[in-house]
Every structure is written in structure tokens, then in C-alpha cells.
Design a binder for this molecule. Structure first.
Ligand code: GDP
Ligand code: CA
Length: 317
């Protein structure tokens, strides 16, 4: 065992991959994942938590490797029928995935907190890692579009999934804000786990729309700043680009260089060490000039073994 208590800050896919590596090198029960809820939304009256579900499905071994979201071997009877009815089908919800949202929504309506429901869902799926939503309160990422789109003129503010899925994040953004963040309280266990962790890992997730909403929960950034020496981040940007998704574009549009140097500058107040890919070895000095220790290794988690190798480096860092 390398460390006693480990906390990971998580978005969706990049985080799920990092967690699948970490569980191979530490006892999973010593691992707590604090997960973004800024992507959550209500659709068809259902509460959908995409990042919590991506992490849960991946750790339960039921994730769809081809799409990068949803459940493997999924069927689509409900969506197909909804399409025939002319219903809203831009956000694809498979039949098995829908069971998750039905369960979650029913429990929330009955008065359970999101963290309680998350614990139930992960326990029933055999996930040994403790999964915590960053907050049980409604915190929703909202995106202001810099150009006109099918959803309205330039300057329109839309929900995160409207930007990400409906518009396929193929539109310039001028602002991102986290609606409800000011009044949000960290979910039970979040502050305690961050205070007690021997190591805090920032997964390679979108800095703006996955890590940003975590930092927006009052108290979180302050505790991370106090723990800075023990905070290790893995860069989601490799050779200036995101492996997937709009992280590179969003960083540039919101005024941060899309490179490991930009990530170092953005995270410097609360991250002590940044792990960057071999492809960025030449930038290590510039990362350190931002006041952040730099570790260079292979960071593309194309298999669980590679993810485990990266996890070992992160824990040794
Ligand atoms: P989402 O919530 O599923 O959209 O995704 P995340 O917030 O987890 O972030 C996606 C980010 O993770 C992108 O910027 C990717 O470049 C990054 N990412 C995904 N897989 C990997 C990986 O194997 N290695 C590294 N370094 N970054 C990754
Ligand atoms: Ca996400």
C-alpha cells in the first residue's frame, strides 16, 4: 500500500480512466472520488448526473468503451419509441442507463440526498470506491455563447448539455458560470476527506467545466490551497490539445494558454505538482517557472495497465 487515504477530484471520462488506474495500485476502499455535478440536468422529469454515472459505470466495468459514455451492450427501445413520438431525443439515454435515472429521481423525490443516492447506486453496482458528489445542492454550469447558434443569437446563455451535446461544443464561448454555486454546501464527507487525505489527485478532466465547478463550491478551493503540497494534478492537455472534448478550445476562449504551462498557471494557487505527458517534456521548465513542480511521464491511459502505471507515478510524485 502506497498511501493511506487518497482523494481524487473528478469530471467524467478522463477521471474514470484515472480512477481505474488508481484502484489497481491502492486498496479501493481507501479511495474517495469527489465528482463534478455541474453537468447535471433535468430531462423528461429525470435527474441525470453524467459525470457520476460515467465514473460509476467505469468502476463497475459496465462502461461503453466505444462511445466513452453510457452502458456497454446498451439497447435503445425507449429512445427509438420517443423518436417516433417526436419527443426530445437529442440527449441519448439507453434503456439500462434510464434505470439509473429513474432510480435516482425516485429517491430524490422521496427526500434522499444526491450523496445518499450515489452511495446506493455505487454499492448496488459493486463499486468499492467512495463516490461523493461535490455538493448535494443544485449547482449548474451555464455557458454564454460568443456566436449565434440554433439555440439563439450571440450572447445567449445556455445550459451545459445544450452547449456540450446539442451544439456538440462546436461554438465559441465567452463565459462560463456555475449557477447556484454561492449557496452550495460541500456534500457530507467532502471537506473531511480533503482535510485528511495523504494525497489529493486532480484527474485529467476539463479544467473549466469539470474542475471549475468543484472549485466553485464555497470552501473547496481554500482547503485545497491549505493542502497544496499534497495536491498532484494530471494535465488533461497534451501537446497543446485535449484528447477529447473542448478543454483546449475553452481554455483559449476564456484566456488561458492551451498547454501544460497554461494548466500550471491556472492550477498554481492550489496544486503543488503537475504531471505532464512525455510529449510536453520540453515545457517542464516553463511549468516549474509557474511555481509548480513538474513530473514527466506517459499520461495517455489507453488501457487499464497504462492507467495503473500513471497512477503509480502520481502516488510517488
Ligand atoms: P467529460 O466529463 O467526460 O467530458 O470529461 P472530463 O472532464 O473527464 O475531461 C475530459 C478531458 O480529459 C479532456 O481534456 C481529455 O483530454 C482528458 N483525458 C481523457 N482521457 C485522458 C487520458 O488518458 N490522459 C490524459 N492526460 N487526459 C485525458
Ligand atoms: Ca462531464
Amino acid at each position: 500500500m502506497l498511501v493511506a487515504v487518497l482523494v481524487a477530484l473528478c469530471g467524467g471520462v478522463g477521471a474514470a480512466r484515472m480512477l481505474s488506474g488508481l484502484v489497481r495500485v491502492v486498496p479501493p476502499q481507501d479511495l474517495t472520488a469527489i465528482v463534478n455535478v455541474g453537468d447535471d440536468m433535468e430531462l423528461h422529469g429525470l435527474h441525470i448526473s453524467p459525470d457520476l454515472d460515467t465514473v460509476t459505470y467505469t468502476l463497475a466495468g459496465m462502461d461503453n468503451r466505444e462511445t466513452g459514455w453510457g452502458v456497454a451492450g446498451e439497447s435503445w427501445a425507449v429512445m427509438d419509441e420517443l423518436h417516433r413520438l417526436g419527443g426530445e431525443d437529442w440527449f441519448r439515454l439507453g434503456d439500462r442507463d434510464l434505470a439509473t435515472h429513474l432510480y435516482r429521481t425516485g429517491r430524490l423525490r422521496a427526500g434522499a440526498t444526491l450523496s445518499a443516492v450515489t452511495a446506493e447506486l455505487s454499492e448496488r453496482r459493486g463499486v468499492p470506491v467512495r463516490l461523493l458528489p461535490a455538493t448535494d445542492d443544485a449547482l449548474r454550469t451555464r455557458v454564454t455563447l460568443a456566436e449565434a447558434s440554433e439555440l439563439g443569437p450571440a450572447g445567449s446563455e445556455v445550459g451545459f448539455q445544450d452547449y456540450f451535446v446539442r451544439l456538440r461544443h462546436d461554438v465559441a464561448v465567452s463565459r462560463v458560470r456555475f449557477d447556484g454555486a454561492e449557496g452550495a454546501r460541500p456534500a457530507p464527507g467532502v471537506m473531511e476527506s480533503l482535510e485528511e487525505a495523504t494525497r489529493i489527485v486532480v484527474c485529467p478532466s476539463n479544467p473549466v467545466v469539470s474542475i471549475g465547478p468543484l472549485l466553485a463550491v464555497p470552501g473547496l478551493q481554500a482547503v485545497l490551497e491549505a493542502r497544496r503540497a499534497d495536491v498532484v494534478a494530471v494535465s488533461p492537455i497534451i501537446a497543446g490539445a485535449a484528447l477529447k472534448g473542448p478543454a483546449d478550445r475553452l481554455l483559449a476562449e476564456l484566456g488561458t494558454e492551451s498547454s501544460v504551462v497554461g494548466i500550471a498557471r491556472l492550477y498554481a494557487p492550489w496544486v503543488g505538482t503537475l504531471v505532464v505527458d512525455d510529449a510536453d517534456a520540453a515545457l517542464a521548465r516553463r511549468v516549474e517557472a509557474e511555481g509548480v513542480r513538474c513530473v514527466v511521464t506517459g499520461t495517455v491511459m489507453s488501457s487499464p495497465e497504462r492507467a495503473a502505471a500513471l497512477a503509480r507515478v502520481v502516488l510517488d510524485a
